[in-house]
Design a protein around this ligand. Structure first.
Ligand SMILES: Cc1cc2nc3c(=O)[nH]c(=O)nc-3n(C[C@H](O)[C@H](O)[C@H](O)COP(=O)(O)OP(=O)(O)OC[C@H]3O[C@@H](n4cnc5c(N)ncnc54)[C@H](O)[C@@H]3O)c2cc1C
Length: 1016
């Protein structure tokens, strides 16, 4: 008996023979597309620019715009085809109308290559043609990313319409193989789950399923009546578990339990895929009705690797291509071995993967008519033909839709076709030998493990493998490059959802406790307390903290002053280690602290987790930074003299924090002060005083010496003001409102009798952040990101979007989608996973924001206000005002709530002028696909943090050092390389080391000896 490998080779060779009888290059059509692909494979820069250009083109309406973009995208290209492009651009300038049309026509041609038709009627032409070639179909409706429930309803309606048309138009069509045809209905529809609910949140699959199931049932019902098959496509990893759960749930329902014409996709590039497939098969057996699985490798490899790297998550996909190939073969076997309950469909263009399935089916005695091969429309035509000729069942995946929504699909296909790792490129563009293409992927893996194969030339793979070792301590590399952030919690995993639920229920039992002040290491109760309440349920007291008055403030200053004398001489390495121990404790208590934030400040799950992550990052980043700047460093290499630049701490720091990032901001300012050798009096906001107490507990457990950190909640106007003015307080680190910040700034400028130092004020205040949406922006992204930037955490981030500036050219298009998106965001108690908008912090904020809404109603037009907010708790309805003018109060004053003021402008000049025409300069955003406009926004928008094509909230320590200027703050950058310098005084010691004309030849780069004198 021949081995499986030789069977595979034999079948593979046969496929190649048949393919070679109908030679076709990689792409079915020659011409423009062909040339573009060839250039893309030669030059990565061209490829990136081409794909971006393809992406923006459908949103360009005027020929002049097309020509401008063409120039912007391709003008800087280096070599090869640069002259070609330049000639094109010159020509286009002369006859823009003609050139714009020609380009659009050509790019549309590229899209038409992969899109089978514009609408259900249109697609029938392609399907009939395939029928003649004995190729079946599954149809997929292309759509924009849905951003609202109105859009999901439209998608569902289109699915129903498509089903009707297909059923009507294919009446009388029969199965091409004529055997086992009951397993393979003619009409086959592929649906995308994410297009049926706009608020899918990985943390809350139950909510998603509750919304998805009612949308799906009518489609399934109708499909069943029409004898059609429904397949659930698989999208990004974030949606995977929800899609699987939904599939199992809905097809276990009485109505669909015995319906065999349902299928789902399994992606072999996922490490979880074998477990998922086995679980599905167990489910299928328990259900007792046949179902189908389309096995693919997976279309989101780049996205998954980038996303997981950005968030510090374990990457869900394999890093090496042969790993995905091996897994595809493993899963093929599992499918065949369970053929009694599951029908396999193999979605691949890779002849090795296909030949393996054929050979294995033979080995296991499976009739070829009991499974099928599926291939994409517009790709690998000769392979389809070969498979039909060999007697296999072939189905083509046919996308239907307009050009604009089709762009992301087109870009995915272009990526796939030009991928260095892909089979199609190897076979059809690079003519890799057949023998090579049919090699056993296990063998390739073994070789790669032994280092025989060259490393992948995929930049992302290499970057994944080259991750810096944790929290690298190199002193010579720029800090942003060496710091690796703490990961966010990935709530896609059920285990994390369970941990959070458990933490919430445990925290609930601990609410209402009392917490003392901590002064000089002693716990102090004062007889007076501040109650911290749950903003979702104001009758619930989260905890009560002792309230400090003037007397306690005086004690705290003395304690901090005394402790300073020792702490300042403590080696910075010890201080850095204290922060690292604190980070480890926060990590250990991560879910507990997140749960506390949900109750105390109304943070949704992911926001709370983000705050915890940031607190950890501040500890670790500042520890690393202190090591970087702590050692006295030689200023210049001059013979005969040594000068060392170094830093001393300032003294006693008074840290005053807001409630909106209760651990991160308080912890960030406090740890920066500690690690630099200052002692600290830490005043949390009254509304988040329990979080502050936790932070104190954490630092105590980490080993902070008595007096070095003192915990002092109390009234800002009383003990806070007293400490700001205190002669023994050397530094004030404040984050909060402009009003209080300016008062501190002014008061700290007065020198009091007995004061040693000029007080240093580190001041972070508010913002009136603007986002501009350019006329060519990707609205799928812009709407989602703007909605989140404005309404996420109820608009209570200093970085939140508050002024949305729209160009008149796309005003209507944006507003139409924005209003619907606002109507779709989830508002509710943040104990529920997946809620976006919870309650605002307290009654004062509630009344203030409502007051601003009234002002808005009198100044501008109320375009939207949500109605269904919970009656109890401080819930403010997400609100949007239009017809806002720059001088109106709602366009100038910080509201700090879920309210957007929309300003319409003529053009980008006016947009930038309006964005900059505010007292503040904290964050700003710009959505555009014009490289020239992007550069302009980078250069001209006045804000401390300017974000392009992404949300304007969510700064990450080290990556996005955060803070503004003008009335937003003193230009400090929390989480940046310069931040610690503000907590320090620089000092230089210079020694003449020449004795009678002789000086040592070498001067050390660093000298530590005098930092920690032994005689103290
Ligand atoms: C009919 C059909 C339906 C499809 N439906 C879906 C769907 O619902 N969901 C979905 O996600 N995809 C779907 N796909 C797309 C499919 O995932 C890709 O077309 C497929 O991955 C290309 O694989 P291949 O076997 O044809 O080519 P190959 O060239 O053999 O494989 C390319 C694939 O290998 C994987 N890969 C590339 N580089 C690496 C690496 N460094 N490490 C590990 N793996 C790597 C990627 O998955 C890449 O797409 C479908 C494809 C077809 C044909």
């Amino acid at each position: 008996m021949r081995s499986l490998q030789s069977e595979i080779e034999q079948r593979g060779t046969r496929i190649f023979e048949l393919v070679n009888q109908h030679p076709e290059s990689l792409f079915s059509r020659a011409g423009f597309y062909q040339r573009m692909m060839a250039l893309s494979m030669r030059d990565e820069q061209f490829k990136a620019q081409l794909f971006r250009f393809v992406d923006v083109l459908p949103s360009l309406h005027r020929s002049g715009e097309i020509v401008e973009h063409l120039e912007e995208y391709f003008a800087d290209l280096r070599d090869g085809f640069a002259p070609l492009v330049h000639t094109g651009v010159r020509l286009a300038r002369i006859v823009p109308w003609v050139s714009g049309r020609v380009l659009r026509w050509n790019i549309s041609g590229m899209a038409r290559q992969f899109i089978a038709g514009k609408n259900p009627h249109d697609v029938m032409k392609a399907l009939r043609k395939r029928r003649g070639q004995k190729i079946g179909f599954t149809v997929d409706l292309l759509g924009e990313a849905v951003v609202s429930e109105t859009e999901t309803d439209e998608y569902a309606a289109r699915c129903l319409d498509l089903l009707e048309t297909l059923a009507r138009e294919t009446r009388g069509w029969t199965d091409p193989l004529g055997r086992n045809s009951e397993l393979f209905p003619v009409v086959n529809l592929s649906v995308k789950i994410s297009a049926l609910y706009s608020q899918i949140n990985p943390a809350d699959p139950a909510n998603a399923i509750a919304h998805l199931a009612p949308k799906l049932r009518p489609i399934l019902r109708r499909a069943r009546e029409l004898g059609a098959f429904i397949n659930f496509d698989m999208e990004s990893y974030a949606h995977k578990n929800t899609t699987l759960e939904l599939f199992k749930k809905i097809f276990t329902e009485e109505e669909f339990k015995d319906w065999p014409h349902a299928g789902i996709v399994i992606q072999a590039y996922l490490r979880d895929s074998e477990a998922d497939l086995r679980d599905l098969i167990d489910w299928g057996r328990a259900r007792g009705t046949r179902f189908a699985v389309r096995l693919v490798k997976g279309a989101y490899w780049d996205y998954e690797t980038i996303k997981s790297r950005q968030n510090g998550w374990d990457c869900p996909v394999y890093f090496q291509k042969p790993e995905s190939d091996v897994n595809f073969e493993t899963l093929t076997r599992i499918l065949f071995e369970n053929g009694s309950i599951v029908t396999g469909a193999f979605g691949s263009h890779n002849v090795r993967s296909i030949a393996h399935a054929q050979a294995l089916a033979d080995e296991l005695g499976i009739d070829p008519s009991r499974f099928e091969f599926q291939l994409l429309y517009g790709m690998a035509g000769p392979i389809k033909g070969a498979l039909v000729e060999m007697g296999y069942r072939v189905r083509e995946y046919c996308p239907v839709g307009e050009l604009l929504p089709g762009m992301s699909y087109l870009v995915r296909r272009l990526l796939e076709n030009t991928s260095n790792e892909g089979f199609l490129r190897a076979k059809f563009a690079e003519n890799v030998s057949e023998q090579e293409l049919l090699r056993d992927p296990c063998e390739l893996l073994r070789k790669s493990r032994n280092g025989v194969l060259p490393r992948s030339n995929n930049a992302t793979t290499n970057a994944m493998k080259d991750r810096h070792p944790s929290h690298s301590r190199s002193l010579d590399t720029p800090p942003g490059d060496t710091y690796e952030n703490a990961p966010l919690t990935n709530f896609v995993h059920q285990e994390n959802q369970d941990k959070m639920r458990k933490a919430l229920s445990e925290m609930r039992t601990r609410l209402g406790k009392e917490y003392p002040l901590v002064i000089n290491g002693e716990k102090v109760f004062t007889g007076k307390t501040i109650a911290s309440i749950n903003p979702s349920s104001p009758d619930d007291v989260v905890g009560a903290v002792a309230e400090a008055g003037i007397a306690e403030a005086e004690r705290a200053v003395r304690a901090a002053r005394d402790a300073f004398e020792k702490w300042r001489w403590t080696p910075f390495e010890e201080r850095a280690q204290l922060l690292e121990r604190a980070a480890a404790i926060i990590e250990r208590r991560r879910f507990e602290l997140s749960a506390l934030e949900v109750f105390e400040v109304g943070k949704p799950w992911t926001e709370a987790d983000g705050d915890i992550r940031e607190a950890i990052d501040f500890c670790l980043f500042y520890a690393q930074q202190m090591r970087r700047i702590g050692r006295p460093r030689l200023t210049q290499n001059v013979p005969g003299e040594e000068s060392y630049y170094h830093y001393w701490p300032r003294g006693v720091a008074f840290v005053v924090a807001p409630w909106n990032f209760p651990l991160a901001i308080l912890g960030g300012m406090m740890t920066a002060a500690l690690v630099t050798g200052n002692t600290v009096i830490m005043k949390p906001a009254e509304q988040s005083a329990v979080c502050g107490a936790m932070l104190m507990e954490i630092l105590e457990e980490a080993g902070v010496p008595p007096g070095v950190l003192n915990y002092l909640p109390g009234k800002g106007s009383v003990m806070g003001a007293h400490l700001v003015d205190h002669k023994d307080v050397d530094l004030i680190a404040f984050t909060g409102s402009r009003e209080v910040g300016l008062r501190i700034w002014e008061s700290a400028g007065i020198t009091r009798p007995g004061q040693r130092e000029l007080k240093r004020v580190i001041c972070e205040m508010g913002g009136k952040n603007a986002v501009i949406i350019d006329s060519d922006a990707d609205l799928d992204e812009a709407i989602v990101d703007c909605t989140y930037s404005a309404f996420g955490y109820q608009g209570q981030k200093c970085s939140a979007l508050s002024r949305l500036i729209l160009l008149q050219e796309n005003y209507d298009r944006v507003m139409e989608r924005l209003l619907k998106a606002a109507a779709s965001v989830r508002v509710g108690n943040p104990e529920e996973p997946g809620v976006t908008v919870g309650p605002v912090i307290d009654e004062t904020a509630y009344n203030r924001i409502l007051n601003y809404i009234e002002i808005g109603k009198s100044e501008a037009t109320l375009a939207y206000q949500r109605e269904d907010v919970p009656p109890k708790g401080f819930f403010i309805p997400p609100t949007i005002f239009t017809n806002v003018k720059p001088n109106m109060r709602i366009a100038r004053e910080e509201i700090f709530g879920p309210v957007i003021s929309v300003l319409k402008v003529r053009d980008l000049d006016e947009a930038i002028a309006v964005a900059n025409g505010t007292d503040y300069a904290l964050t700003a955003g710009f959505f555009s696909r014009s490289p020239a406009n992007i550069e302009r926004a980078k250069a001209q928008i006045e804000a401390g943090n300017v974000y392009i094509n992404r949300s304007c909230t969510g700064a990450v320590v080290g990556r996005h050092p955060f803070g503004g200027f003008k009335m937003s703050g003193g230009g400090t950058k929390a989480g940046g390389a310069d931040y610690l310098l503000q907590f320090l005084v620089p000092r230089v010691v210079t020694e003449n080391v020449t004795r009678h004309g002789f000086a040592p030849e070498e001067t050390p780069q660093y000298r530590d000896e005098f930092l920690w004198p032994t005689a103290r």
